[in-house]
Each structure stands twice: as C-alpha cells, then as structure tokens.
Design a protein around this ligand. Structure first.
Ligand code: SAM
Length: 497
C-alpha cells in the first residue's frame, strides 16, 4: 500500500519491542488490521472478521473495532496530512499507524480528547515501547488542539486554486479518483456529497431471491424493505450468515444497484418464441447470476417496487419513462435457461454454489466456449476498478492505480464485443461496471457501439422507472449519495434484427 513516510525516528528511545496484549481489545484489533493492511497489503474486510472471531470480540467492542479500523483506513489521506503537520520527524510505520488510529478518534469519532490520546498512548506503550508512546502523546495532543474543520484549511490546498486537491485531502480520497468522479458527475456540485457518502459505512443489503425467499422472510430477522428493488432488504445489525435463507442461498448479500441492473436486463422485451437463453459472461462470485437464476426459474414474481407486475397484457415495446406500468415482456412463457461463466475456476465454483438451475462453466469470455448469436439476454458485469464500491473496501482507494485502467479498458472492449457476438439479433446485452469512471463506462460503450453497425443503445433508465437521478441517459448511473447504492453503471444494447 502506498503511504507517506518510511523508516525514521519514532521516538522509541531504545524501548522494548515485546508484544504484550493490551487490555483494550477493540483498539488492539483495529491496530492489528491497520498494520496488516499497511505492512502486507492485507484486506481489512477479510482480516477484521477473523480477528474478532478468534479473539471473541463481540457486540459494542466489535462495532468499535470495526469503526476504528475501517474509518482509519478510509481517512488516512487526511490524517497523514495532519500528522505530518504535527510531527517534527517522519514516524516509523508502526508508530504512524497508531497515530492514524488516534487521529481518527480525535477528528472524526468525537471520542473525548483525553480518552483518544490516553488509550492510543497506552496501546503504543504496550505494543511498541515507552519512547514511541511519548512521541505519540505529543503529536496527538497537537492534533487534538483543533477540529477536523479547523485542520482542513491548514493542511489542504486552497479550494479556489485547487478544488480537486482540496476535496482529496478534506475527504481522504486520492486526487485522481476525485477527478474521475467529477468527470463522471459532469461537474463539482455533488462531489463533496459523493466523497462523504464514500466515507460512510454502507448498510448491509440483502436480496431475497424470487421464488426462493421473500422480503417478508428477511423482515422476520429485523431487516427493512429496500427503497427500490422489490427483492431488497436492509439489515441494520447482525450477521447475515446467521439468517437461514442466506445460509441456504435462497437469499444473499447484494447491493441494491446490483439487483436493479440485473432486473433491468430481464425487463427488456426480446420477442422470444420458446425458451429464452441467458448468458452471464463474467459471473463470479455469482451475485447477479444468483438473481438471474431465480428470475429465470420463477419469473419476476415481486414485480417492480410500485406493485406493477409482469403481464402479457401490459407489455409494450417502447416504454414511457416514469410509467407506473413497467414495460416487461411476457413472463418468459417458454421459460428461461441460464449459462453462467467465469474465467477463474474458483469463482466459477462459487457461482455453482449460489445458483440452483444454471449451467456453470469455467470459460474465458474473450474466447467463448458457447455458440455465437444464440442468446436472448447477456449480462456482462465486466472486470473493472471497483471505484463504485469504495465504501465497502476501506483501503481500496489507496491501492487502485490509474495506470491499470487502459489495460482494463482493452479487456472490457473485447468482452463487450464478445457479448454482442453471443447475443442473437433482437437480443439484448447489459454492460455493467461497479465503477463510474468514464474510461470504463461511456467511453467503452461508445467505442464499441460506434465501431459496430449492428447495435442500438436503449435508454436503460426506461427499464428502471422506480429510480430517479440516474443521469441524462441513455445509460443509467447509480450513486451512493443519491441512491444509497454502489456507483454502478448500466448500458443496455440491443443487437439489430
Ligand atoms: C465484476 S466481477 C463479476 C461480479 C459478478 N457478476 C457478481 O455479480 O457477483 C468480474 C468477474 O469477471 C471475471 N473475468 C475476468 N476476465 C474474464 C474473462 N476474460 N472471461 C470471463 N470472466 C472474466 C473475474 O474473474 C470476475 O469474477
């Protein structure tokens, strides 16, 4: 992980390096996670649950450890700038991580200063040594002398000269990501709101796979019905794995935008006579395939959130935007069959485990193992930077590298060409990314559609009438600050007959 500083003074003063367990379990666990992410590129969302389980940390302590670790990792761009301002030398990496934890408590968690400083100094004394503890005490006292709002104008560039640089420091995002978000939003008006939403912990969203579970079943576990998707339920607290429907793959954890882009693909009329053939080309680990599999088997039983249902009589080829009668094809009268593929065998195996009726293959979508021109609907949830899901992976923003986008773009174009080759004339492809970066979204779609003469782009918003604020079309762009979802992108492309 790229971070500032390096080997340097830590004020250790010959202190002992013995690693004794401190009494403050939550802060110790958070420190271990921040260290592991910094030192050996660990994934916080995999490591923290394991540490909590192994150490028997539960309830409020587990919540505190989570907030400390994730919050510190999200905000470390901001905290490093403040730490640098308050230190007379570059701290050693372990001391710097402790300072980051302390800074998060002081500046964002509103922990009383004496408690934030005292507990961090105790932790450093036990885990690093008394010399380092003295140094940390002095630096944290300086940090605690101002609020975050007071520090930002001191450590961040002047917004009048450098608005992107200012927001990058104020909201703890790499500069290139702030620029990319501004470009995707088409301006700076909502940029601060978006960055702020990226720093908030997302609600756990569940999907009740139609015909297999229901939102009502999930409500029995304290979940609340979703805002848009008829299958979504928000879990405020508790471990989703403890819910029977989730353990039995009748329900799953799935962001609401992921559910909606999947639903949109199934809502486009395709005039199939007989059984429809669906392909999920990049299916692992199986979130969208799990929902497609259920819809293929049972149809869109719940219908859209406004209560309108799939029906033959209401089907119209050209939907009116905002219409209560959501344009849907017949409820797959001939049935539908799903083929799901992923290039990585272990991810294909996960798809196999989460679906029931789908056929699952390990296959490279750019060298298809299936017949061309036969599928009615193809889901291409392309490999991407994942910039739309930064809320979920606290350290991800510091690991992404803009240099990788060009390579990803080549793969995305090849996969989209392949998806369009796989679909039959009249059939439809959903191009989806969990990133709003223009180079992965509109530019890829524009290039491929512009180069081929056999594709028309549909207005994706017409197939999501229950959701406002999806942009100017023809694609649909979800946003965390507008929709409370990941920043998922959807383009719907029909192969000309
Ligand atoms: C964004 S993820 C898909 C997420 C999935 N649709 C879901 O909802 O759970 C992209 C997937 O594409 C797969 N992938 C990457 N390159 C591929 C290729 N050439 N052919 C098929 N799958 C590929 C990756 O292994 C990864 O599982």
């Amino acid at each position: 992980m790229k971070t500032k500083g390096g080997q340097g003074a830590g004020g250790r003063g010959g202190a002992s390096r013995t690693r004794r367990p401190a009494r403050d379990q939550a802060r110790n666990a958070a420190f271990d996670v921040v260290r592991a992410v910094d030192e050996r590129d660990a994934y916080a969302n995999l490591l923290l649950p394991r540490l909590l389980r192994e150490r028997g940390i539960k309830g409020r302590d587990a919540a505190l450890a989570t907030e400390l670790a994730y919050g510190t990792l999200r905000g470390l761009g901001t905290y490093d700038a403040v730490i640098e301002m308050c230190s007379d030398r570059a701290p050693d990496p372990d001391v710097r991580d402790a300072l980051r934890l302390g800074a998060h408590q002081l500046l964002r968690m509103r922990v009383p200063p004496h408690a934030a400083v005292g507990t961090t100094v105790d932790l450093v004394r036990l885990r690093i040594g008394p010399g380092a503890a003295k140094f940390v005490n002095a630096v944290l006292r300086k940090i605690g002398s101002r609020t975050l709002e007071e520090w930002v104008p001191i450590v961040a560039p002047d917004p009048a000269d450098d608005p992107v640089g200012h927001l990058a420091v104020a909201y703890g995002h790499p500069r290139w990501i702030v620029s990319a978000f501004r470009d995707a939003l088409g301006g700076s008006d909502e940029l601060a709101d978006l960055l702020d939403a990226d720093n908030a912990r997302p609600l756990v969203t569940l999907v009740a796979r139609p015909g297999r579970s229901s939102v009502e079943e999930l409500e029995d576990f304290g979940a609340l019905p979703g805002r848009y998707s008829p299958y979504a339920a928000y879990l405020r607290e508790g471990d989703p794995g403890q819910i029977g429907a989730v353990a039995e793959t009748r329900a799953a954890v799935q962001d609401e935008a992921s559910q909606l882009v999947t639903l949109a693909l199934t809502r486009v009329p395709v005039d199939a006579d007989g059984e429809e053939l669906w392909l999920d080309m990049c299916a692992g680990p199986g979130g969208k395939a799990g929902l497609l599999d259920a819809i293929a088997t049972y149809g869109d039983l719940a219908g859209p959130a406004d209560g309108a249902r799939r029906s033959t009589a209401e089907a119209t080829p050209e939907p009116a935007r905002g219409s209560a009668d959501v344009p849907v094809p017949e409820a797959f009268p001939g049935g539908a069959r799903l083929l799901a593929a992923d290039v990585q065998p272990h991810r294909a195996r996960l798809v196999w485990q989460t679906t029931r009726d789908a056929s699952v293959v390990t296959a490279d979508g750019t060298e298809p193992a299936w017949r061309q021109g036969v599928f009615d609907r193809v889901m291409l949830d392309a490999p991407c930077t994942g910039l739309g899901a930064l809320r979920r992976r606290p350290e991800a923003r510091w690991r992404r590298d803009p240099a990788g986008i060009a390579e990803l773009g080549k793969l995305q174009r090849r996969l989209l060409d392949s998806a369009l080759d796989a679909v039959r004339p009249g059939g439809v492809v959903a191009y989806v990314t969990c990133s709003p970066h223009l180079a992965e979204t509109r530019v890829v779609v524009g290039d491929v559609v512009g180069r081929r003469g056999d594709v028309e782009q549909l207005d994706a918003r017409d197939y999501l009438p229950e959701v406002d604020g999806l942009g100017d079309g023809p694609h649909a762009q979800f946003w965390p600050h507008r929709h409370g979802t990941d920043a998922m992108f959807l383009a719907l492309l029909r192969k000309r007959s």
